[in-house]
Design a protein around this ligand. Structure first.
Ligand SMILES: Cc1cc2nc3c(=O)[nH]c(=O)nc-3n(C[C@H](O)[C@H](O)[C@H](O)COP(=O)(O)O)c2cc1C
Length: 299
């Protein structure tokens, strides 16, 4: 459906080496930051003090994203992924996404191997490229793999050994420090294991209802990732800094900009910041015509 609606790069939502359950309903709530333009700034006090979340879905849209990266088992997602790859039209490509699953008692080596296994399962579907997700709390509650660039480097080496010439991208969350970001680039692209980055994922915030109580039900869900309009500034900042590092190091890799793209102007802003390609999740959920609107704006 995404291809038919003109989204030429369609991500196949992150899969795992095994079936993985979803967080309880609700997963999506409307999120209302305090600032006049509805933006959330990484590192700001508001993220820890609480941001209002409810069912009043205003435009431009910002939402919570609290799914827990569920996955079907490979015997379900592999044939489905094959069908999705075959659905791509001229100039379109399916972008499979995967991540490792850290389970109780797993050693670091086993965790690394789980990534390589999942990448091999994707390769078996005939994928032309793939993206490894390091931007969800796969390291435990609120802990992201992309905050450990050296481990990402080791994992991408194992993955690359498995997938050979198939281009590998890494999905990154917002990384505030330029030094950490540069280390990420050096430990991956610098070793020839990674050909691009996709960024950003959601920004973590404490979500509260109108009475100041936890908005999403259940333990460990006091915070959730926020996506949509609120995070565009952070996404543009991350893309611009990544592009500057690319220039500085003279390395060749692609940047896919994502985060808060809800209009043609947002697409252009990402391209101006240095993105080679642009994606939208929340914006596309709320407006299935978004790709068509963007394309007609650049003709
Ligand atoms: C419903 C939904 C599901 C998502 N699932 C994934 C996922 O499985 N893997 C991933 O890397 N990002 C996932 N994301 C994050 C998006 O890829 C994107 O990085 C983020 O939402 C920011 O873009 P946006 O502001 O356009 O939504 C998901 C986002 C939404 C809205």
């Amino acid at each position: 459906a995404a291809f038919r609606m003109g989204f030429d790069l369609a991500t196949y939502k992150t899969v795992r080496s095994r079936a993985w359950g979803c967080n309880p309903f609700p997963n999506v709530l409307a999120v209302h930051p305090k600032s006049a333009d509805g933006s959330l700034t990484p590192g700001s006090a508001e993220l820890d003090e609480g941001v209002l979340a409810d069912t009043d879905y205003e435009q431009p849209i910002s939402i919570s994203n609290s799914f827990g990266v569920p996955s079907q088992s490979p015997d379900v997602w592999q044939p489905d992924m094959r069908a999705a790859i075959a659905a791509a039209g001229l100039g379109q490509v399916l972008v499979p996404s995967f991540q490792g699953s850290r389970v109780e008692g797993m050693s670091e080596e086993e965790y690394i191997a789980d990534h390589a296994t999942t990448a091999r399962l994707i390769k078996e579907t005939g994928a032309k490229l793939m993206v490894m997700n390091t931007s969800c709390p796969n390291e435990g509650h609120n802990r992201l793999l992309c905050h450990n660039p050296l481990l990402v480097g080791r994992i991408t080496e194992a993955v690359k050994n498995e997938i050979g010439d198939i281009p590998l991208m890494v999905k990154l969350a917002y990384i505030p420090s330029d030094d950490d970001l540069e280390l990420m680039v050096r430990s991956t692209v610098g070793h020839g294991t990674v050909q691009g980055f996709s960024t950003i994922n959601t920004i973590s915030a404490k979500l509260v209802d109108a009475d100041g109580n936890q908005a999403l039900p259940g333990a460990g869900r006091d915070r959730s990732g926020v996506c949509g309009n609120a995070i565009r500034g952070a996404g543009l900042d991350m893309v611009a800094r990544l592009a500057a590092i690319r220039e500085k190091l003279g390395l060749d890799f692609k940047i896919n900009g994502v985060g808060g793209v809800v209009s043609p102007a947002d697409y252009q802003a990402y391209r101006n910041a240095g993105a080679d390609s642009v994606m939208s999740a929340t914006g596309a959920m709320w407006d299935a015509e978004l790709a068509r609107k963007i394309k007609s704006s650049i003709k």
